[in-house]
Design a protein around this ligand. Structure first.
Ligand code: ADP
Ligand code: MG
Length: 330
């Protein structure tokens, strides 16, 4: 079996009365290049934000390299207004009964014998779900909440770029990458408490330069990041993500605003760095040519819910995807 790098389980993000991500489950295996696609507002960026500690999801659990990194359940006021599914799954109250409507339907069944039969079946399935939750989740049947900061996520080995570029726009190109190097190093107790020794600092500067050269940005190293043209800022953002030495790279619409030629080059570039740094890549993207040509697998979401998953060929042929997405956008 292939090794999961990222496993998202029952992820739900509700903002007030709006359910932006709804019971989403997906996994990305070691070395894969996986795409997440769906119409605008489908909840793609929100899902990334839950993985990277920007949002604490309303419900759900996320594993990275086999460890739970995010875990939550509806609490406080949200517990009352929760509109998603499986509200108790990550609590001590979970008994495996995932589908209250099915239970109500059984209780309405007129024939007593048939009702008892259905009820017994329902209970058996609930027990099976409960056992399976216990096998998957070391914190099953506890109310444990795990909510790391974005910094912590970076240190664990997940890096990302943003749909709207986020750089330190008044700092130099070089410093943008160097700071990211320091962020990774901070997990080391010595570099956090003592000043970095000179050799360590020199190594970081050399690695920063190497990353800039790889992105063809070396000649801009002293320029202010905010003054770079858009396409170069996108590349700088990737260099900065790589500087944190991630194992998993999340890219949020990296080809936004690029022409077909640039998009093609970007696809080739992502594959190149993926091999070179032994990365797993999970990418949100609207350019279907990029997704279809380079990705191993695709997840499609609409209204926060998974509607289809599979190879590029399978997804391209799926009626639900064509209806929800391909037919509209392209
Ligand atoms: N911080 C927030 N507060 C309220 N609603 C939000 C917030 N972030 C995202 N949303 C809503 O979640 C939905 C999904 O947004 P988003 O994840 O950005 O979609 P996508 O990236 O797929 O285009 C949208 O309806 C958006 O308005
Ligand atoms: Mg988005």
């Amino acid at each position: 079996m292939s090794e999961n790098v990222l496993r998202i389980e029952n992820l739900t993000m509700q903002f007030g009365g709006v359910v932006s991500v709804n019971g989403l489950s997906m996994e990305v295996n070691k070395g894969e290049f996986v795409a997440l696609i769906g119409p605008n507002g489908a909840g793609k960026t929100t899902a990334f934000n839950c993985v990277t500690g920007v949002y604490q999801p309303t419900n759900g659990r996320i594993e990275f390299m086999g460890e739970t990194i995010v875990r939550n359940h509806p609490q406080g006021r949200m517990a009352r207004q929760y509109m998603g599914e499986r509200a108790t799954l990550y609590t001590s109250a979970y008994r495996g009964e995932d589908d209250p409507e099915a239970l109500e339907a059984i209780e309405r069944e007129g024939d007593g014998e048939r009702r008892a039969q259905l009820r017994a079946q329902f209970d058996a399935e609930a027990r099976e779900r409960l056992e399976s939750a216990k096998r998957r989740d070391p914190d099953a049947l506890t109310n444990r909440v795990i909510a790391p900061t974005p910094d912590r996520i970076t240190q664990l080995g997940i890096a990302r770029t943003f749909q709207n570029i986020r750089l330190f726009s008044s700092l130099s190109v070089f410093d943008n990458v160097l700071i990211a190097k320091h962020m990774r190093a901070r997990q080391n107790v010595f570099s956090a408490t003592l000043r970095l020794n000179r050799r360590e600092e020199r190594r970081m500067r050399e690695e920063t330069m190497a990353l800039l050269e790889e992105q063809d940005l070396a000649r801009f190293k002293d320029e202010v990041a905010g003054s770079l043209p858009y396409g170069l800022q996108r590349r700088l953002e990737i260099a900065r993500a790589l500087a944190t030495e991630p194992r998993l790279l999340l890219l949020d619409e990296p080809a936004a605003g690029m022409n077909p030629q640039e998009t093609q080059e970007l696809g080739e570039f992502i594959v190149k760095i993926k091999e070179k740094y032994e990365l797993t890549v999970f990418m949100i993207e609207h350019h279907m040519d990029l997704v279809m040509q380079f990705c191993d697998r695709i997840y499609v979401i609409d209204f926060g819910k998974l509607i289809c998953e599979g190879s590029p060929e399978a997804v391209r042929a799926d009626r639900r995807v064509i209806d929800a997405y391909l037919g509209v956008v392209e």
